[in-house]
Design a binder for this molecule. Structure first.
Ligand SMILES: O=P(O)(O)OC[C@H]1O[C@@H](O)[C@H](O)[C@@H](O)[C@@H]1O
Length: 303
């Protein structure tokens, strides 16, 4: 079967009333997940969670209303997977920012309903000559996405070759907020960060993170969970992470968002990226035969 043929995918993997594949006008194949706890969508391109909304809640994940759904282009919003490097490639600026995992096809390994009614979908990046031209190390990259009251995302890297390699990575999660200038991000107090909007200077965080202009920061050596406190939606989003030593906080603010052209209106005001990552000094070394797992569990609490 063709790995993007929705009809064939539905024959093999659909679960009646819970999971159905559809192909959108841009040619992307998308799994629509609905269960007693939540609704979500996942694109096979990029292994990309596009939306997630627990029942009775506003969307937790932000998807731009001007997002482009095109083959080979990253979707603005959701949870792009940055891998096997984060940000620009360190030696070859011709290679795509944030790696190639977010723009290539992934195949479905398994879809199942768990005992408590959660839906779990496992995908694997398809290695091709095009991906191997960018990353020559034999490796296997899988993602396990569990949709329930919480959204759990596990990104699993296996070194299937004979040589040690290092990866940078991120679950580049766009969160939906009522008004980014009114939120507080807790959990990064006193952490050191690299400030990408101030000549990549190293700084130390004082108090919770608040956002009133462009913010692009890589917090280093932090395993802490983060909380996004959003008084406008009367809720707190909790991001609990494992296997991650960096947290990236990003909001492009109005000028950059306008230049990007796919942020929509008022776009930047309704989102913040809090990314579960291993970046810069925190890249991860994976030896032959080893497996590395990066995980984020995203949940919502009332204030
Ligand atoms: O436009 P892209 O490639 O999705 O990247 C968005 C942003 O992603 C963030 O993770 C980076 O820190 C920013 O520097 C970058 O602008």
């Amino acid at each position: 079967m063709s790995i993007t043929d929705s009809q064939a995918l539905n024959t093999h993997f659909a679960i009646s009333n819970h999971v159905e594949f559809k192909t959108n006008p841009g040619g992307l194949t998308i799994a629509e997940i609905t269960n007693d706890h939540a609704v979500a969508t996942v694109a096979l391109q990029g292994g990309h969670v596009m939306t997630f909304r627990p029942r009775e809640q506003d969307p937790v994940i932000w998807l731009s209303n001007a997002a482009r759904f095109e083959l080979g282009k990253s979707i603005r919003g959701g949870v792009p997977i940055c891998w096997p490097w984060f940000g620009p490639h360190t030696t070859d600026r011709n290679k795509p920012t944030h790696g190639f995992a977010r723009t290539v096809l992934w195949k479905v390994l398994e879809i199942k309903t768990l005992d408590d009614g959660e839906t779990q979908i496992a995908l694997e990046l398809i290695n091709t000559p095009a991906t191997q031209a960018q990353w020559s190390y034999p490796s296997q990259l899988q993602i396990i996405i569990t949709v329930g009251m919480e959204l759990r995302i596990e990104l699993i890297t296996r070194n299937t070759g004979q040589e040690t390699f290092s990866i940078g990575e991120a679950l580049h999660t766009y969160f939906h907020v009522s008004d980014v200038s009114r939120i507080q991000i807790q959990g990064l107090e006193d952490c050191h960060y690299l400030d990408k909007v101030d000549n990549s200077q190293h700084k130390q965080q004082a108090g919770p993170v608040t956002i009133h202009s462009e913010v692009d920061r890589v917090y280093l050596n932090t395993r802490a969970n983060c909380l996004i406190e959003d008084p406008g939606l009367n809720r707190r989003i909790r991001i609990a992470k494992q296997g991650s030593q960096s947290t990236v906080v990003w909001n492009p603010w109005i000028e950059k968002a306008t230049q990007m052209g796919d942020f929509g209106d008022p776009g930047y005001l309704e989102m913040v990226c809090v990314e579960t990552a291993n970046a810069l000094d925190n890249v991860v070394t994976v030896k032959p035969g080893e497996t590395h797992r990066l995980e984020a569990v995203i949940s919502v609490e009332s204030l």
